[in-house]
Write a new protein. Structure first.
Length: 416
């Protein structure tokens, strides 16, 4: 894993801080710490990034994570004791952190020192106020920045003026850097291990739960260490048969249903490697090539994906990309055109809100945005639903898929 160029994201943020007269920002959410430092927090709250309006940013991690943090972060690095039986914090540190941090006063001491060093006392302090959908740390327990943390920031910085940095940080992270793109290519390649396992496991006689287990195991077993990946996880849901008519597009709950010959089987899969996410879906026919209508639907879905990628150029509107995919599906004359969005942003989260590829969406695409594109058909005519999903990077000539656009549909050979 290459060392993150630490200045790039910090300078982008500092430019925006100057415009909004923000004196310093404190980040506790894992996705934003990954963005700014490359460090993927192990336990929720056990990692804090501090960015002043001018000067060097700082990263605070538990003592046992110092070596791991140095893999990606070359800037100011500070440590505190964590997960030990020690005295509680004396100040209003967030209760969830107080229980985890042990010597929690160390965190506040670091923040107080940084406050003085950078002249932020009494200033306008940025915090993650509007992040209501968040990515988890390595340990799957998402954290948020609640009232106790806000009270702590007010005390440490001697201010009542907290500034919500949501819009600032969302615009920065929507466009991926070269470093991000390298990490996104890694996680998408790791996701392929799960998709290969899905294709092998989604056969008559298997249960949806067994297929899910095979997918997640393949990602864990083959993903760790792949191209330097250190922390890897796959989170899959698998559904099959007629339930896909409705549950195929609203995140089916994996059950113990036994897959039968000719059933459509769908996996919706999030993969995370060192804090970078991929979002993929595949649909196959168990033990068969599929009916003529199923094969037609699959063919049109792939055409719609290509149309969306061609439309996803810098300057295009999100609604134009949605329309390009939806038009292909509608003009095919096939029933059950997908009722959901064509796609969304992806990278620092499983689902990023920028850009949201929806009808009439007015977000403007920029080069370097990472999108997930997922057109589909659903209906009893198909025996369920057919959806495929790929991740791609917006480029001047159209979005470029991060993995091969694979055309294999049935788990038995498809006739030419």
């Amino acid at each position: 894993m290459q060392l993150l160029t630490t200045d790039q994201r910090v300078r982008q943020l500092q430019d925006r801080m100057a415009v909004h007269d923000v004196d310093a920002c404190v980040f506790l959410l894992p996705e934003n710490i990954v963005l700014l430092t490359g460090f993927y927090v192990r336990i929720p709250g056990l990692g804090i990034a501090f960015v002043p309006r001018e000067g060097e940013a700082s990263l605070m991690v538990p003592s046992y994570d110092m070596d791991r943090a140095r893999v990606t972060w070359s800037g100011d690095l500070r440590n505190f004791s964590a997960v030990v039986d020690a005295k509680p914090a004396t100040g209003p540190l967030t209760k969830s952190l107080q229980g985890l941090l042990g010597v929690a006063d160390g965190v506040q001491a670091h923040l107080s020192d940084l406050c003085e060093r950078h002249g932020a006392r009494g200033g306008r302090i940025g915090f993650e106020g509007s992040f209501e959908q968040v990515s988890p740390a390595i340990l799957i327990e998402p954290n948020c920045v609640g009232l106790p943390t806000q009270a702590m920031l007010k005390q440490v910085f001697a201010t009542e003026e907290l500034f919500d940095v949501f819009e600032l940080i969302e615009q920065i992270r929507a466009v991926k850097t070269d470093y991000d793109l390298e990490r996104l290519s890694v996680v998408n390649e790791i996701a392929q291990f799960g998709l290969e396992a899905f294709h092998e496991a989604a056969v008559p006689g298997s249960t949806d739960a067994q297929v899910r287990s095979a997918v997640e195991s393949a990602i864990a077993n083959r993903g760790h260490g792949y191209r330097g990946a250190r922390s890897v996880r796959g989170l899959a849901t698998v559904g099959s048969g007629r339930d896909l008519v409705t549950h195929g597009w609203n995140y089916q709950i994996t059950t113990g249903r036994t897959i039968e010959e000719g059933d459509l089987v769908m996996v919706e899969m999030g993969t995370v490697a060192d804090g970078y996410w991929a979002d993929n879906t595949r649909t196959v026919v168990a033990g068969a090539a599929g009916t003529e209508l199923q094969q037609q639907a699959d063919k049109v879905v792939w055409q719609a994906i290509r149309a969306a990628l061609e439309a996803a150029v810098p300057g295009a509107r999100a609604g134009d990309v949605d329309a390009a995919a939806r038009r292909v599906c509608e003009e095919s004359g096939l029933p059950g055109v997908f009722p959901h969005q064509t796609g969304h942003g992806v990278g620092y989260r499983y689902h990023e809100s920028t850009p949201n590829l929806v009808p009439n969406g007015d977000a403007i695409l920029r080069e370097g945005m990472c999108i997930a594109v997922e057109p589909a058909f659903y209906g009893l005519e198909y025996g369920g639903g057919v959806r495929q999903e790929h991740n791609a990077i917006v480029r001047p000539g159209g979005a470029v898929a991060l993995t091969t656009l694979d055309l294999q549909f049935g788990t038995a050979p498809v006739s030419a």
